[in-house]
Design a protein. Sequence first.
Lengths: 280, 138
Amino acid sequence: MRATIWGSRGTLASPGPETVRYGGQTSCIAVELTDGTLVILDAGTGIRPFGMSLGGASPSRVDLLITHLHTDHIEGLRFFTPFWDPSVEFRIWGPPAPLRNLERRMAPFFAPPFFPVHLRNVPSRPTFHEVPTQPWALGSAVITAELIKHPGPSVGYRIEEAGRTLAYLPDHEPGLGADLTSIASGWISGWSLARNADVLVHDGQYTTAEYESRVGWGHSSIVDAVTFAQRADARRLVLFHHDPLHTDDQLESMLMEAGRVTDTSMSEIELAYEGQVFDL
Amino acid sequence: MSDESTQRNLILILARDLTSRLANPAAVIDAEGTLVYFNEAAEPVLGRTYAEAGELRAGAWAAEWDPRDPDGNPVPLEELPLGVAIREGRPTHRALTITGGDGVVRAIESTAIPLCPREGLILGAVALFWERHRVGGA
């Protein structure tokens, strides 16, 4: 599979001269499977340029895997070209919630006064699917989704194909209420999703100092992101969901902080950036 | 019964996180009835530490504490508050006596609630309980 990052910023799109190197678009990763199946992880503003990159040639089917319904993970969908193409089979997967189904929870974003077009009038006539509790096949890959620690119903995803694994937990606070260095692995939120992943894309929004005043907001400190990755034996950690207030220079300082806490078990830690490609 | 590397559902993780911070005695079971956690406040009531007990299958923990009704009749697992919670998916409350791991018989009250992330799906239950008085034993 080939995964391309189209948006790695968290919370709020943040374009400008101070975010050029890592980008200002919010969460979106396009994954092309070996058999040609297109899987998209989240629909932040990064999905708009991805749609434009298709040059008007819509895929026959799109499987959009949404981690949760916070705005920065769905706001780009309304401007994703294939969404407006009636020939596209558009399937949206997302977390289950205690009461309302996925379609009913998303519909307000596609209705006045927030948007002029009702969801029922979108030409691709998307179908909505709450993620199964067991792994399921999408094209040539097997997808696993599990609820993870983040306010409201939120899932992380694990994509496995031909023995290679991409794990995606963009908004995740596994260190909330848990000492990640000592608690048994099975009690760590998201652990099995990330276990032995070749590439782990994980929330790394805050510095250690920032996190002290943001506990419970649903995001990780750099140290917790690294510790989580080490506990999961991930091979490559890609820090994601960059804070909208962090400049490129600040992000690079955070990467140095990450390097100081890592042991030798992890071969690579890096900052996600727009245009980054992983061939797995 | 799960080993330490079996991924627990987030609902159970959050239940453990919460109860581990409470001064109220509390226990957590999974959907199969396995006792997966009890907190520090529960240890004096149960007469055992969680570190000693670890996880216990449904039958094992019911036998361990020998729950009985106030008249001394054994209460089967499915009629205990935790059993009702996972079997019927509703909160329930009951007065019981238990024999702690320290041999002390204690009269307790227990309230259990099911953990249902959505209707029809029961992932486990949490019990809050408290000691009314000791009724004998070692």
